[in-house]
Design a protein. Structure first.
Length: 169
């Protein structure tokens, strides 16, 4: 589909969403999380669309800035490996007001925290506060994951909303 970086950044942003890579709908629109996973993530965060897309408070920097293509077996390919090391640090240096980084999905968690299991990180979210908050990717697959892990809705999501309110205050 060709390169089309999709990010949302501002030097005043207080919350950073570190995600995977844009999907096809996001690549076409050029707007981060402008798909059903974005709807789910905004619901998890307790933010309206206007709040979510206010770059002065919420930044979005995926591990891969462009749609990575499809895998032969099905599904999207992983983020391109050169993208985050080349651009992530440069952008973060320009955002001194960041208070909380949501590590959305295994690629973001592995890049920032190193190897580990996503479910264990999400369950142990308190170990990473106040700087990081690990989350599963909000794709359609996370619905069954959340059903199998009911503590996500009862413990993690209220704490996520509270951490976001604190970071934005």
């Amino acid at each position: 589909m060709g390169p089309r970086p999709v990010v949302q950044v501002s030097s005043s942003a207080r919350v950073l969403i570190a995600s995977q890579a844009p999907g096809t709908k996001v690549h076409e629109s050029g707007i981060p999380f402008s798909d059903s996973s974005g709807d789910r993530l905004r619901e998890w965060m307790g933010l309206s669309q206007d709040q979510f897309y206010d770059a002065s408070t919420v930044a979005i920097i995926p591990m891969g800035f462009c749609y990575p293509g499809r895998l032969p077996s099905s599904g999207d390919a992983p983020p391109r490996p050169e993208c985050a090391p080349l651009w992530r640090g440069r952008l973060l240096e320009q955002m001194p007001a960041l208070r909380l980084t949501l590590l959305v999905g295994t690629y973001a968690q592995a890049y920032v925290l190193g190897p580990g299991k996503m479910a264990e990180r999400v369950m142990g979210f308190r170990d990473y506060l106040p700087k990081y908050f690990p989350l599963p990717h909000p794709s359609w697959r996370s619905r069954s994951w959340a059903t199998n892990n009911p503590w996500f809705e009862t413990e993690v999501l209220p704490a996520l909303r509270s951490a976001i309110r604190g970071a934005l205050a």
